[in-house]
Design a protein around this ligand. Structure first.
Ligand code: ASP
Length: 469
């Protein structure tokens, strides 16, 4: 078989020609001496017919077939298939990988299959049209975001995965160091500090599709890791930043066919949102708009900077020494009207942050702020949280140093990519938009982690596992 491969979608233009197709046996029907298969590849399906051929094929096997493209007679045209005007008369075929009995059926609705089985065989689950389309949409949306960001002169920059434990409101995932036993890296809860340092470095406009890891209590729809479109820019006011971010979201959402309820996006004050909707994540759609999958974005602003620590939240308890903690992000700036109070540590409960959240259809899909870029402002935030000078030095000394070496005023945001794709694909769970999501008990898909490791590995790291009582 020296023929080059043809995709099934191309066959309609190749009537009369001999082609080689390669893909999966989507369906098979035996009619005595004739065997029909629908061959599936990344471009779609085409019907192939074998005379005394292919009867031993099993569905989902991978095959290579060589055959002639034939126009179907009028009455046999299948209007439901984009290649329904043709079929392939198979001359020869080869099994490239035969498929044994399937643990889950590819054509069945996935809801009928237990989640743990779906995730154990996620590569089969992903063969399903719906998940396939979701991941394609995710890729298209990311490409549209990249294109919009490039128009606005953003530079894509990666930041480290192995980094230092930071105060960002959740428990860190720790990684032991082999070279310095007893010391630990932390996986990033977000690239917050690195992206701010890129502003000090003079990039002015940065973005990255950042993997973030937070050891939070799991909910049905949340794993430990997620992807953010993270961005930061210099020399912008809060309104300018929000308007630029909104442009980027609108252009990427529309590029992949998303329909918006309203633009520009309405802006709600936090207090008004709470009064009107009882929540700062609200859904502005009418029932008809919900039916149609319309996206109703809105901004929420004027959040309080600080709140009293929730004694049940261990990360909050650990992050605060005074009983006050930040509501969103300790690196935010107070709004200019509250700067004096902030620096003087007074009227703490009244201070509003330069924070803006983006909500859509009842979900928070983004959050960001104009940052403290003067050392005394960031220092005051940590003082209000009760940090001693020594604790401040250990936690944010490097940021305070950078803020004394020419850091421009700046602000940014992180959008939850998984959630945005969930809303665009009209799914109810972010798991339907992630290739290999976790189970709700924190187990990884296909390869079961967390898992035990060799005693040798622990020894190298200077670690000992003790049974918890
Ligand atoms: N780093 C923040 C977060 O991950 C977002 C931001 O303020 O840019 O929630």
């Amino acid at each position: 078989m020296t023929l080059p491969r043809t995709l099934t979608a191309q066959t309609t233009d190749l009537v009369g020609q001999t082609v080689k197709l390669q893909g999966w046996v989507h369906t098979k029907r035996d009619h005595g001496k004739l065997t029909f298969i629908d061959l599936r590849d990344r471009s779609g399906l085409v019907q192939c017919v074998g005379f005394k051929l292919m009867s031993e094929l099993t569905t989902e096997s991978v095959v290579s077939v060589v055959g002639t493209v034939q126009a179907r007679p009028e009455h046999l045209v299948n209007p439901n298939l984009s290649t329904g005007t043709v079929e392939i008369s198979v001359n020869e075929y080869e099994v490239l990988n035969s498929c044994e009995e399937l643990p889950i059926q590819i054509k069945e609705e996935e809801n009928s299959v237990d989640e743990s089985v779906r995730l154990k065989y996620r590569y089969l689950d992903l063969r399903r049209e719906k998940l396939h389309n979701n991941l394609q949409l995710r890729s298209d949306f990311m490409a549209a975001l990249r294109a919009a960001l490039a128009t606005h002169q953003f530079t894509e920059i990666e930041t480290p995965l192995l980094t230092k434990s930071t105060k960002e409101g959740a428990r860190d995932f720790l990684v032991p160091s082999r070279f310095q036993p007893g010391k630990f890296y932390a996986l990033p809860q977000s690239p917050q500090q690195y992206k701010q340092l890129l502003m000090t470095a003079g990039f002015e406009r940065y973005f990255q599709f950042a993997r973030c890891v937070r050891d939070e209590d799991l909910r049905a729809d949340r794993g430990f890791e997620f992807t953010q479109l993270d961005l930061e820019m210099s020399f912008v006011s809060q309104l300018e930043a929000m308007s630029l971010m909104e442009d980027i979201i609108i252009s990427a959402v529309e590029a992949v066919g998303g329909q918006l309820k309203e633009k520009p996006f309405p802006v709600y004050k936090y207090q008004d949102a709470i009064q009107q909707f009882g929540d700062d994540k609200f859904d502005l759609r009418t029932p008809e708009e919900k039916e149609k999958g319309i996206l109703a974005f809105a901004w929420v602003v004027d959040f309080p900077f600080f709140k009293k620590v929730d004694p049940k939240d261990q990360a909050e308890v650990r992050d605060s020494k005074s009983g006050w903690t930040f509501t969103h992000n300790p690196f935010s700036s107070p709004q200019p009207d509250f700067l004096e109070d902030h620096l003087a540590h007074q009227n703490i409960d009244q201070i509003l942050a330069s924070q803006y959240d983006l909500v859509c259809n009842g979900f928070e899909v983004g959050g960001g702020s104009i940052r403290a870029h003067l050392p005394e402002v960031l220092q005051a935030t940590f003082e209000i949280m009760g940090y001693s000078p020594a604790e401040i030095e250990v936690n944010i000394g490097h940021m305070l140093t950078a803020f004394k070496l020419g850091t421009p005023p700046h602000g940014g945001i992180a959008f939850g990519l998984d959630r945005l794709v969930m809303l665009l694909s009209k799914e109810n769970s972010i798991k339907e938009t992630i290739a290999f999501p976790m189970t709700s008990t924190g187990r990884t898909a296909v390869m079961l982690a967390p898992a035990e490791v060799e005693p040798e590995q622990l020894k190298e790291l200077g670690l000992q596992v003790v049974q918890q009582k």
